[in-house]
Structures are given as C-alpha cells and as structure tokens.
Design a protein around this ligand. Structure first.
Ligand code: ADP
Ligand code: MG
Length: 226
C-alpha cells in the first residue's frame, strides 16, 4: 500500500521543543562528564575516552547546527535561483557519499522555466537532507532518482526518489516532529528543518512511500516570467 502524504505543519510547542533540546544535549554532555571523571590516575591518557568525548561533542555540534537553521529569521535576502543549477550543485556535493554506498544517482530535468525566488543556501540544505535520508535508506545500494520539472500551474516540482524499504505509516505520522529518528545516530531534525525552509518559500511537501521506496516531492512557486 502506498500512501501519499501531504506534509502539513505539526508545529511543536516551545515547551516540547525545549524539552527535546534539553534531552538531546544532556545525553552527550552526561557522557562527556562521565568520561572526564574517568580520566584520572593511570587513565589520564586513555585515547578511547578522548575519542568518545570527541564524538559526543560532534553530536552536540550537529544538533546545534540544525537548530540554528530553525532559529534563523525568515526574512532573508531572497534572490533569483535557477533550480537546475542548484540541484546540480547539491548532487555534486553528495556524489561521494552516494558512491561510497554504491548508489547511482539518476537525474532528469524538464524545466521550461526553473527560476524561483529563494535563499539558495537554505534550499540546498533541504535537498541535502532528503538525499542524505535517501542514501541512508539504501544501505545495500540502489538507484536514487532526482527529477525536476516546471508545472503548468506556475509551480516547480522536485522529486527525490529512493529504493529503500520505505516509511511505514505509523512512522510517516511522526516525521517532522522534533528529534524523531529511527536511526542510532540520527538527530531527527532534518525533516523538520526542511519543512520549515520549504514553508518559508511558500512551498509544499508530499511524501509517498511503500515497501519499494520513498518519494519526496517538493513544490515551489515559480518566478513569473516577465
Ligand atoms: P534523521 O535522518 O536524523 O533520523 P530526519 O528528520 O532526517 O532525521 O528523518 C526522520 C526519520 O524519517 C528518519 O529517522 C527515518 O525513519 C525517516 N525517513 C526520512 N526519510 C526517509 C527515507 N527516504 N526512507 C526511509 N525513511 C525515511
Ligand atoms: Mg536525516
């Protein structure tokens, strides 16, 4: 059964978000503190302890980096963006990660007009997040498809389609909740951050998923042609 799911806002309250942040950051800090306490006497130079602390600090850094995207004010310098160029830049960035996972990226663009108004760094982040998730959903490799086309209704559609095992419906409902993750080292912020950015650009997100894979579609308003 495939389910098409229009991602709407499931805005977390400030209290829920604060509780999530506190929890997510407290865990690695507790770990770091514990290992610091162990670094005495003959353990003082224990390399493994340092490595664990380092990776925990990296985790805090990753969480804060994603949260900062959410914290950014939505009034920004919007510029004319050619989506095909932007997608190409994102694909180039993600190519090595895809190859390392024996994933082939197939692209297909059908833009009669691919210009939109937006913040290119933030939009790139969205597609990086989706491609990352797609790669992570295909641990045994596969094909990752990226389609872009301009539609007749004044919108543009970008699809990121993977051949992973899909998102069960009970999990689909959780997606976009802050810190919701099914991954051991996930932050559970990628989908939320992406939703926020697409919303700022007055776009919509649709998720379609079954046991053969997942398709994430983003629709954005085209810049009208003068
Ligand atoms: P993270 O990747 O850190 O777990 P995200 O917010 O990016 O956080 O994603 C949240 C969850 O949504 C993932 O843990 C995963 O369960 C699910 N998910 C997102 N994209 C996909 C996909 N393409 N295929 C399967 N599951 C996905
Ligand atoms: Mg992710």
């Amino acid at each position: 059964i495939s389910s098409l799911f229009r991602v709407s806002e499931k805005q977390a309250t400030a209290a829920q978000l604060a509780a999530g942040i506190a929890h997510e950051i407290r865990n690695p800090i507790t770990a770091i503190k514990g290992f610091l306490q162990l670094l005495t006497g003959e353990n003082v130079g224990n390399k493994i302890y340092f490595e664990i602390m380092h990776s925990e600090i990296d985790r805090i850094e990753a969480i804060l980096k994603e949260l900062m995207v959410l914290a950014k004010p939505s009034k920004q310098k919007y510029e004319r963006i050619n989506l095909q160029v932007l997608l190409e830049q994102v694909v180039t960035l993600m190519t090595s990660q895809a190859l390392l996972n024996t994933i082939q990226i197939e692209k297909q663009y059908d833009f009669t007009n691919g210009w939109i108004l937006g913040d290119s760094d933030r939009l790139k982040q969205v597609f990086i997040n989706y491609i990352k998730n797609a790669i992570e959903a295909m641990p045994n490799g596969g094909v990752l498809r990226i389609y872009g086309s301009s539609l007749a209704d004044g919108q543009v559609r970008i699809s990121v389609i993977d051949q992973g095992s899909g998102i069960p419906s009970e999990i689909l409902e959780q997606i976009g909740k802050p810190f919701f993750t099914t991954k051991e080292n996930g932050t559970g912020l990628g989908m939320l951050v992406s939703q926020q950015i697409i919303k700022e650009h007055r776009g919509d997100i649709y998720i379609e998923s079954d046991s053969k894979g997942t398709s994430i579609q983003v629709k954005l308003p085209l810049l009208s042609q003068e």
